[in-house]
Unconditional design. Structure first.
Length: 412
């Protein structure tokens, strides 16, 4: 496997797989699948059946029989873990009076535009309750990925690398097309077509607590006393298997806080791009964050395979600040993460946001804070090489001495 940014602290052995009893309990309570934009279902609304540039199926060849993205756990199992998870999220979404999220107004010249919220009705409230009580949101179990699964992740990750970097690479063909979906498409009634999503919440808030240390390595706003980020909650109407999406948006970054897509509907990449375009120009996007990752593919891969194999600090480590590991483009660990479910979803977002060959994911950062996995995907513009080489001048050298293989080139 690839070597990320080195760390001096050793890690604990890989955690054992979950017992059959825990797995049965998890399957008993599960009501649906969570998001990742990973299935072969196309949007249901007639609005997205136009003949022009609206999105098509972007399953990227994944197994249509596989669950979209359940959210099992690898942390301490049981009721205590469930209560802690739900309590933590409730606190973040409904801050107490002492929370650092301030009540002072932001400078209107720097504030981002929020979305108009959907008027409260019995239907909207019932949908919200159903989404909040979904057992898929509570971590229960997790499985260590097999060597075969890891190999498949790496193969899929390599495909995404080539799709992003090379617009002529079509073996296998890239099924992702550029997105033209807007927030009006998603949240407004058009004729007899009801809006696909209700806007439960949209307001300016302080930077997410989980990211404030990591934000120091970026140029993103990180002052906890200023409301510079948009926090939004979208949900589909219904009483069962309610798709819902919680995001933080700021110029330069999309933060996926809690995303669940139930079998059908608009792909997550389209939703995230539409949210970002509502607030800023798409060319300003540089980072995709995931907080409190619970995806059934990505979390076990990072926690139970990549960290132990590379002798990285244990996720349970109390080291502060939390060590951040960096996985570089082209390395085996990078490809494995990119080929897992959240990596594929991020790859789709890049392919849907820009023309192929113009932008790519260059690095993936992972860290554990309070035993939860958080991730950052860095997006960079691809520098186009001149088609014609510059002819050597009078004082230009035509030979290179001492040229050899660089370190860390090939992935094992």
């Amino acid at each position: 496997m690839s070597e990320p940014t080195k760390s001096t602290e050793s890690t604990k052995p890989a955690e054992p797989t979950s017992s059959p009893i825990k797995t049965r309990i998890a399957n008993l309570f599960r009501r649906g699948n969570t998001d990742g934009g990973d299935d072969t279902d196309t949007p249901l609304r007639d609005l997205f059946k136009k003949k022009d540039k609206k999105r098509k199926d972007d399953s990227v060849g994944d197994n249509p029989e596989a669950p979209a993205a359940k959210r099992p756990a690898t942390g301490p199992p049981g009721l205590g873990r469930a209560i802690r998870t739900l309590s933590s999220r409730a606190a973040n979404q409904n801050p107490a009076p002492g929370d650092p999220r301030p009540e002072t107004e932001e400078d209107p010249e720097t504030s981002l535009p929020t979305l108009p919220t959907t008027p409260r009705s019995a239907r909207v409230i019932a949908s919200r309750i159903s989404a909040s009580m979904n057992p898929d949101r509570v971590q229960v179990s997790g499985k260590t990925p097999t060597k075969k699964m890891i190999s498949e992740y790496q193969t899929k990750g390599a495909e995404f690398e080539r799709w992003m970097a090379n617009p002529t690479m079509n073996t296998p063909p890239c099924p992702v097309v550029q997105s033209t979906v807007t927030m009006a498409d998603l949240t407004c009634d058009i004729g007899a077509n009801k809006a696909e999503f209700d806007v439960w919440q949209s307001e300016l808030v302080a930077p997410p607590k989980e990211l404030r240390e990591n934000l120091q390595s970026t140029n993103l706003p990180r002052d906890p006393t200023k409301k510079t980020w948009i926090y939004s909650v979208l949900q589909r109407s219904g009483l069962n298997k309610v798709s819902h999406y919680q995001h933080y948006i700021v110029t330069g970054a999309i933060v996926a806080s809690d995303i669940h897509r139930r079998n059908t509907g608009t792909q997550w990449a389209d939703i995230a791009i539409a949210l970002y375009k509502h607030a800023a120009e798409i060319d300003t996007l540089r980072y995709i964050y995931y907080t409190t990752v619970e995806n059934e593919e990505t979390l076990p891969l990072v926690r139970k395979e990549l960290y132990p194999r590379n002798n990285l600090p244990s996720p349970n480590s109390k080291v502060s600040p939390a060590p951040v590991e960096t996985w570089q483009f082209g390395a085996a660990g990078f490809r494995a993460i990119l080929g897992s479910q959240l990596g594929r979803a991020t790859g789709r977002l890049v392919l849907a946001a820009w023309p192929r060959g113009t932008h790519q994911i260059s690095r993936i950062h992972t860290w554990f804070w309070r035993d939860d996995l958080h991730m950052r995907f860095d997006i960079e513009r691809i520098v186009q090489k001149d088609k014609a080489r510059k002819k050597p001048g009078l004082f230009d050298s035509t030979t290179t001495k001492g040229k050899g293989k660089g370190k860390g080139g090939a992935a094992k």
